[in-house]
Design a protein around this ligand. Structure first.
Ligand code: FAD
Length: 457
């Protein structure tokens, strides 16, 4: 079994969010890191950063950045979002706080800024070299051989590396090679919805034209629109719609239909999106997939992390957060073990149940966001949840709070969240005002069901 040599050269495939951060963690441990990235260098050439324009970073992601000294800088570019702003079809607004108070918030951050910053900081360690326009086509995990295509010259070369990390995203080429091996599996479930990004530009002088400190949601049942604020005063909107069906990307096939659809369902947003028709027909329609693969490693030679190992749908805002947490956990495993294989196996055992749990919660949250957030009963339950979070600090914990504002394993958040949700539903029965919730009964239920469960785990 291979010993971990602290000065050896390792290869990371993909300089996206996770690959760039992972390189920093590896450099900190003394490794020489070669990163192969298929895209051009986005700091020098104008290219999209891929996936979404901005994303929400919360406690897990911030913790990972803190370990390498980057949290403060990231937060200085982020916009706190303290809750959901729900837009009804009539244009009426309702705000639902995410946590017990304003200190519990998530943060909107530019993906491009974050990716560029991570690459620059990784290179600044002096131990990381990122090579761009280098597409990994094949991997021979046994022999530690990568076949790499230079996207500019068209030349194909072999790169030898005893240890390879696959952080090449949801469509991972490294995972494809792993799955061709006996005993390796990868289930992929594509969502029947796609997404389209649209822009609400800033107002005069960079003014925000909607509430700045919120994640805006227009829940409409089988589809929805959301918007996250950007540093320059604009908002990036994302329309989630089925690919096929009566209301779908297929049915919105002309500028007139798109405008009529927005007039009917998102009139307040329509007034703020001047380039709707252009953007709708020029921006790509994104796809979303859940990938559950296993195992994530071949002995001590290759390991998958981030979306390459466990892509999830974006409705809990946790894909990157989970991938960043992978880096923290792998780093701890490298600190505990002398051999690569043991570190990789430990990492897989620790992360797999948690990656599966957040994958399932993300799918469940899609239904909650697009449908339940418009339901008065749901609003009531959220209000009761907030009363309980404040009345029983440390004893009552909600799923959202545990996922977004703590670092407890996702699996535990899933299970505790289910118990907490049951308690809230029971206490909300027949209630007209959240403030009237029976706190004695609440205490009894929490002590009977939640506290023992948390103590046991
Ligand atoms: P990626 O970001 O996909 O990076 C992979 C990198 O590998 C890329 O640079 C790619 O060019 C490179 N690459 C690919 N193939 C090869 C190859 N063969 N050779 C060399 N290089 C290769 N997460 C959150 O935490 N919060 C959010 O709010 C959030 N919002 C999202 C919204 C949307 C619409 C989507 C789709 C996702 C969202 N996510 C969010 C999830 C998040 O985008 C991903 O989890 C995150 O990007 C994963 O990072 P990664 O580095 O693993 O993969």
């Amino acid at each position: 079994m291979q010993e971990i040599q602290r000065t050896e050269r390792v290869t990371v495939v993909g300089a996206g969010l996770v690959g760039s951060l992972l390189s920093m963690y590896l450099a900190r441990r003394g490794f020489q890191v070669e990163v192969l990235e298929r895209r051009p260098d986005m700091r020098r050439e104008a290219i999209g950063a891929g996936r979404s324009i901005n994303l929400a970073i919360s406690t897990r992601g911030l913790h990972a950045l803190r370990q390498v000294g980057l949290e403060e800088e990231a937060l200085s570019h982020a916009i706190p979002m303290r809750g959901r702003m729900i837009h009804s079809a009539t244009g009426a607004l309702a705000f639902q706080a995410y946590g017990k108070d304003e200190s519990q918030h998530i943060n909107s951050l530019s993906r491009a800024w974050l990716n560029k910053s991570l690459m620059t900081h990784a290179e600044a360690t002096g131990r990381v070299r990122i090579q761009f326009k280098q597409r990994v086509q094949h991997l021979d995990a046994e022999r530690g051989l990568l076949e790499v295509l230079d996207e500019e010259s068209g030349a194909v070369r072999e790169v030898r590396s005893p240890v390879v990390f696959g952080t090449d995203g949801a469509g991972s080429a490294v995972r494809r090679e792993l799955v061709s091996r006996p005993g390796h599996v990868a289930e992929q479930e594509h969502l029947s919805h796609g997404y389209k990004e649209l822009t609400i530009p800033a107002g005069p002088g960079g003014a925000f034209r909607m509430e700045k400190h919120a994640l805006h949601i227009w829940p409409r049942g089988s589809y929805m629109l959301i918007a996250l604020p950007n540093e320059d005063g604009s908002f990036t909107c994302t329309l989630f719609l089925p690919f096929q069906g009566p209301v779908s990307f297929a049915s919105l096939d002309s500028p007139e239909r798109v405008v009529t659809f927005f007039e009917e369902h998102f009139p307040d947003a329509l007034a703020l999106i001047p380039d709707l028709e252009h953007d709708f027909f020029h921006h790509p329609t994104g796809t979303m997939v859940t990938v559950k693969s296993a195992p994530w490693h071949v002995g001590g030679r290759t390991l998958l992390l981030g979306d390459a190992a466990h892509a999830i749908v974006p409705f809990f805002g946790q894909g990157m957060n989970c991938g960043f947490e992978d880096c923290v956990v792998l780093d701890e495993c490298l600190g505990r073990h002398a051999r690569w294989e043991e570190a990789f196996e430990d990492f897989f055992q620790l992360r797999k149940p948690n990656a599966d749990a957040i994958a399932d919660m993300a799918v469940e949250n899609f239904v909650e966001m697009r449908d339940r957030t418009a339901d008065p009963r749901f609003l009531q339950e959220k209000a009761v949840e907030k009363v309980l979070l404040n009345a029983f600090p440390g004893e009552f914990l909600s799923r959202y709070t545990l996922v977004s504002f703590s670092r407890v394993p996702y699996r535990l958040a899933y299970e505790v969240g289910a118990i907490a949700g049951g308690i809230v539903a029971e206490l909300s029965e027949g209630l007209t005002r959240a403030e009237d919730v029976d706190l004695d009964r609440a205490r009894a239920l929490i002590h009977e069901r939640l506290v023992p469960f948390v103590k046991e785990h």
